[in-house]
Design a protein. Structure first.
Length: 320
């Protein structure tokens, strides 16, 4: 999970050098930054493209989209999609580059600028409205959901998306508190959670897991990731790279399983004399999972839990 405390005021792209290397950038290639954020990775990609290269960027956060639009005005090679990366194939089709993409980058989770803005409601360390939506113009806020959700629903979310062992106690405390007063701020919720947990983890705020779980749930993060991964093969050209940076075990598990399944190919009975090539694998994993260097973690605390996986599209895979 990305750090709640951001030591550097200027946003730093996590594992930038590793991401650029993993994408194996071709100067004239076409690339997708599916999680623009504040453009750290995008600008790194652009530095490796020539005048014929193209970069498609996506983000559902209106502030990130506004930043990307500024980049578009100064660089004709860039196109922007305001929306979730579950629209990946549709965006590429709209740009007439479906099946022609040389590389896709996902930098998952919440970004440092989102954590820094108290009014966004992502951080339990900063007092602000309990919102948590990456796109505040759609859906329901965390405060709205907690105001009506049943105790069992809240507990399920905390357990499923946050792996919170005290999910039932926290859910009961939330429901009890809201009968007396509305839960509308981040610090208010953080205090309820802290008071409900009987055991504290060393060096971890008691609200960490719950805030992660609620953010993932409110923004449909895992569902969007699964939907986007199912579109990767139709988007990439042969030899195109998929690079994913994850920040917690739930999303990394989805990415790891997807790459493993696509690298394995078709499923046949175990005893059939079939060679691996005949199974028609669709991706090949490139190297082992990567983690940030100690030097990067020292300078950018957000990078400490990052893990990167890379895969490449193999020949003979249909773009449909």
């Amino acid at each position: 999970m990305q750090a709640e405390a951001v030591m550097n005021k200027e946003h730093q792209a996590v594992m930038l050098a590793e991401a650029l290397n993993g994408l194996n950038i071709q100067p004239q290639g076409i690339y997708v930054d599916a999680t623009y954020g504040r453009g750290g990775h995008a600008r790194g990609i652009l530095k490796h493209l020539n005048s014929s290269g193209k970069l498609l960027v996506m983000d559902k956060d209106p502030q990130a989209v506004a930043d990307a639009q500024n980049l578009v005005r100064s660089d004709a090679r860039v196109s922007v999609c305001a929306g979730s990366f579950q629209q990946l194939a549709a965006f590429c089709s709209q740009q007439h580059v479906l099946g022609k993409i040389n590389g896709i980058l996902f930098d998952l989770g919440v970004s440092s600028p989102q954590l820094d803005q108290a009014e966004r409601g992502f951080s339990f360390m900063r007092a602000g409205a309990l919102d948590m939506r990456m796109d505040p113009t759609t859906g329901v806020s965390c405060a709205q959901w907690l105001a009506t959700a049943e105790s069992a629903q809240i507990a399920w979310v905390l357990k499923t998306y946050g792996e919170e062992r005290f999910s039932k106690r926290i859910a009961q405390a939330i429901v009890h508190t809201r009968t007396q007063t509305a839960i509308t701020t981040t610090t208010q919720l953080a205090e309820i959670i802290a008071n409900a947990i009987p055991i504290r983890e060393k060096h971890k705020h008691p609200a960490t897991r719950s805030f992660q779980a609620l953010r993932i749930f409110i923004n449909h993060e895992l569902e969007d990731l699964q939907a986007a991964l199912q579109q990767v093969l139709s988007v990439l050209t042969v030899g195109g790279r998929l690079v994913v940076i994850s920040f917690h075990s739930l999303e990394d598990r989805i990415v790891k399983q997807y790459m493993a399944d696509q690298a394995k190919g078709d499923i046949y009975p175990h005893l059939l004399p079939i060679k691996h090539a005949q199974l028609q694998p669709k991706l090949i994993k490139i190297g082992k999972a990567l983690k940030p260097t100690a030097v990067e973690v020292e300078h950018n605390v957000r990078a400490r839990s990052a893990i990167m996986r890379i895969a490449e599209k193999l020949p003979g895979v249909a773009n449909a």
